[in-house]
Structures are given as C-alpha cells and as structure tokens.
Write a protein that binds this ligand. Structure first.
Ligand code: BES
Ligand code: MN
Ligand code: ZN
Length: 470
C-alpha cells in the first residue's frame, strides 16, 4: 500500500471515495447528502459506513460515507481507528485505489491517518500456501489524501517499525530463535555486539544463563547502539526476549502455553525501533538491549531451589521457573545501568497478573522516576496506546524474601505485576528507570480496534515518539 498526498482527492480516478460524517451532521459529499442517508437509519455513528454508487458520473466509482460519531468526542485516536475501519471495508470490496476527502476535522490528521491505514493493511499470511496471492488481490494499493507530506512520511516509518515488530511476534518460535533475533539485529545497520554463552558467563550473567539452560537453542545477548555527535540524552531500551516460554520445569498448562511464542514481543519492539532509528535520526543516543533465550524443561534446565548469581552479585533463589522473564531482565538491567545512560526503559510480556489487572487495553507501567513515567503515559495517550501506572511499594518485596538467598524470583500470588516490578528494581542502579509490562497488550487473541489478532507491536509507537520528542 502506498499513501499519496494530493491536492484534490475528489478529482482522482479511484474505486472508492471515502467521505466523513459526524453524528447529526452532514457529509462533505453533495452526492451523499442528496440521498437521504437518515432514511436508511445511517446517522454517522462512530465506525458505521454507508456505500453509494456514482453511476459513472464521477472519477470515483463509489462513495463510502464513514461515520465519525459525535464531533465533540472526536480526536486523533478515533480518527486512526475510523480510517482503519474504512480501509478494511475497502479491502473487503477489493478496491485498489481509495481516495479520502475529509471535512470539518479541526486537527492535523496526517500522522494518525497514516498509522490507521498501515495498521489496517497488515496481515500475517506468509505461511498460507494459498493465501499470499489471494490476499494480495484484496489489498488496497493506493490511498489518496490531502495531508502534510512530512507528517505522513514520519508516520510511515513508525508504522513500518510496528509491522516489523508484529511480524516478529507472529513468527513461530521454531524460526524466531535467539540466534535468529541476533542475526536480525546484525542486519539493521546499527552498531551491534552479540555476546554468546561463554561471553555472558564471563560477564557474570548467572540469572539469564540459567533460564536458557533447558533449551538446545543457544542464548544470545544482543546490544545495539545508535549514536550521534553531542547527544542531547542517552537512553537504553530493553526488551524481554524469551523466544518461547514453556514455563520450564514448572511447566505451563497447554492453554497458557499456546501463545508463548509471543514472549519475545518486548524484544520485537526493540528490534522494530532500532530498524528505523537511522531513518528518523533522533538527536539522542539509543541502546537496544535483548537477553534472548528459550525457557524449556530440558535435562539441563534450571530447577526450583537453585540459587543464581546475577551480574551485580545479588543471589536469587528460584521459586518458580516460570518467573523467568525477570531473571533475564535482571542481568540486562545490570548491563544497561553500567552503560552510564540517563534513562533505562524496559518492555516485557512479564506477568499474567498485569493482564488480569488491565486486560488487553493497557500496559502496566512502573518505575523509580515519576516524571519519566508521566511522560511515557502522556506519550502513549497521544500515540494510540495506553499505559497505566501500577505501584512499586517496597512492601511488595515481602513475598520475595528468601531464607537462603538475597531474594526469590516469585512468591506472593497477589499483586504479581508489582512484585515483578520490585524484583526488577533490585537490579537498577543510579539511573531513571521505567518498566512497561506488555503481557496484555502485545498479542491479541481476537481483533481489537484497528488491530487484528496476533502481534500488535506494543510499545513501538510510543517509544519511537518518545525518542523523537527528546
Ligand atoms: N510470559 C509469562 C507472562 C505472560 C502471561 C505473558 C500471559 C503473556 C500472557 C511469564 O513468564 C510468566 O510465566 N509469568 C508468571 C509468573 C509467576 C510464575 C510468578 C505468571 O504471570 O503466571
Ligand atoms: Mn514464564
Ligand atoms: Zn515469560
């Protein structure tokens, strides 16, 4: 799909012209107004559409009236969602060229328009033996819009990063292995260092390596670096990179394991971001860090009761091998803190508890710096994601106290997202830090708003915008 910015979309030859209508309002199309839409019960409710023929009298073959709901409730996020709906509708009708003529929208919609169109255009069908051609036929090829070309260009790049992350999350674990993530990282055109098992051992990453031991797939620690002269700031983003989470010896029941190829969605987001960072050339230094491995119950697997030593020397008693993400992140956080950056932000499909608390609508955010957390929440709101702050009170650590080591990796059943957060905090030193638990938002079992089921690219839009706004 290609978005073309043109002066007058109504004069373009197209299969469908999309015009908007607010609830109880009129459309920008005389043609649509001329027919009494309301007689058919079409009132411009949000997301409703109404199709009209033009009988060959116009350059566009049909008009699709797109309901935008009440004008006073309308905003850029709704616009993105509505555009996605329209594009999906046009795909169903096998339209190839779609023009948009918006009227009465009082903000610059260029960016969210572009995001909505590209998010709707996404499908993951590379493994369908018949699907590729069939679906390609249904794709919209050209979209015409009156918009700000620079904002469209920027959004195209952000959307591409999302697509990159969604593809990786959707990729089966048999292909998206730790070695594969490392190979992908090396191909992104940013300076990349891959540490293998022996090098991680030398660095003292006893927590990360323990998790990977039960799999025959080699663990890989990935460090990507985007540098500029005189950076305004230096940040590190960490993504949880469990390529498959079986639970380990504390094995998951089948129903919980089914989607665990998505347990590297944090890593996918980091790779997606790093894949476009040069093109967006922000004036800050950005480190992308992933401790990639599988959590499997092989004969060398780590066991409940084992005591691990993380990179910062702290010891951890393994209470549950399924609380593996925080172990890999512990070493990644230590590594990131040693870089001397200003901020560390991690994204992780960390706890089912976060999903229970917030559902698939919001990611949980925690950290040691209120200003950073507030900024990220605000950036998410403007980017089409939702972050919701959860507490990090020290009392959550009570359940993680161990008789034999400095801490356990799990304990209390209640407040699981926050206790995972306080665990991570033990590995954060002298840096502003935010932790984003994307367990609920990274992978959808059914469609939600502009997203189809599967990987969502959670974190990509927000973090990229955050990086660009520094
Ligand atoms: N990867 C899971 C968390 C998860 C659950 C992500 C559902 C996406 C959807 C994580 O490694 C995990 O297993 N967490 C356990 C922790 C528990 C053993 C303390 C959980 O949440 O049950
Ligand atoms: Mn787990
Ligand atoms: Zn996990």
């Amino acid at each position: 799909m290609e978005i073309k910015v043109v002066e007058n979309t109504k004069s373009m030859e197209s299969d469908i012209l999309v015009v908007n209508m607010f609830e109880e309002g009129k459309t920008s199309s005389d043609l649509a107004n001329q027919y009494a839409l309301e007689e058919d019960g079409f009132k411009g409710k949000f997301g409703e559409t109404y199709l009209l023929p033009t009988y060959g009298k116009e350059p566009f073959r049909k008009v699709l009236v797109l309901g935008l709901g009440k004008k006073e409730e309308f905003n850029p996020n709704k616009l993105r969602e509505a555009v996605a709906k329209a594009i999906k509708k046009c795909m169903q009708m096998e339209a190839k060229k779609v023009a948009f003529a918006f009227d009465g929208i009082e903000f610059d919609y260029s960016e969210q328009f572009t995001m909505g169109a590209f998010i709707a255009d996404y499908s993951f069908d590379k493994y369908k033996s018949d699907g590729v051609n069939e679906r390609a036929n249904k794709k919209v090829q050209e979209v015409y819009v009156q918009a700000n070309p620079e904002a469209v260009k920027k959004a195209e790049i952000i959307a591409a990063a999302m697509t990159f992350a969604r593809n990786l999350s959707n990729e089966p674990a048999q292909f998206a292995t730790p070695s594969e993530l490392a190979a992908i990282a090396c191909d992104l055109g940013v300076e990349t260092k891959i540490y293998d098992k022996e090098e991680c051992e030398k660095m003292g990453m006893g927590a990360f390596l323990a998790v990977g031991r039960g799999s025959h797939e080699e663990p890989k620690f990935i460090h990507m670096r985007y540098q500029v002269d005189n950076p305004k700031k230096r940040i590190a983003i960490i993504g949880k990179g469990i390529c498959f989470d079986s639970g380990g010896l504390d094995i998951k029941p089948a129903s919980s394991m089914a989607t665990m190829k998505d347990d590297m969605s944090g890593a996918a987001a980091v790779l997606g971001i790093m894949s476009v960072i040069r093109e967006l050339h922000p004036q800050i230094e950005v480190h992308g860090i992933i401790a990639a491995c599988e959590n499997m119950p092989g004969s060398k697997a780590y066991k409940p009761g084992d005591i691990l030593t993380a990179k910062n020397g702290k010891t951890i008693e393994v209470d549950n091998t399924d609380a593996e993400g925080r172990l890999t992140l512990a070493d990644a956080l230590c590594y990131a803190c040693e870089l001397g950056v200003d901020e560390v932000i991690d994204m992780a499909t960390l706890t089912g508890a976060c999903m229970v608390a917030l559902g698939t609508q919001a990611a949980g955010i925690m950290g040691n710096d209120e200003e950073l957390i507030k900024k990220l929440i605000d950036t998410a709101d403007r980017s089409g994601e939702r972050f919701w702050q959860l507490p990090l009170w020290e009392e959550y650590f009570d359940g993680l106290k161990s008789e034999v080591a400095d801490m356990k990796n799990s304990g209390n059943r209640w407040g699981g997202a926050s206790s995972a957060g306080v665990f991570l905090q033990k590995f954060v030193k002298d840096v502003k830090w935010a932790h984003i638990d994307i367990a609920g938002t990274a992978f959808l079992e059914k469609p939600q708003k502009e997203l189809i089921a599967g990987g969502t690219g959670a974190g990509v839009r927000t973090l990229l915008r955050y990086i660009l706004e520094q």
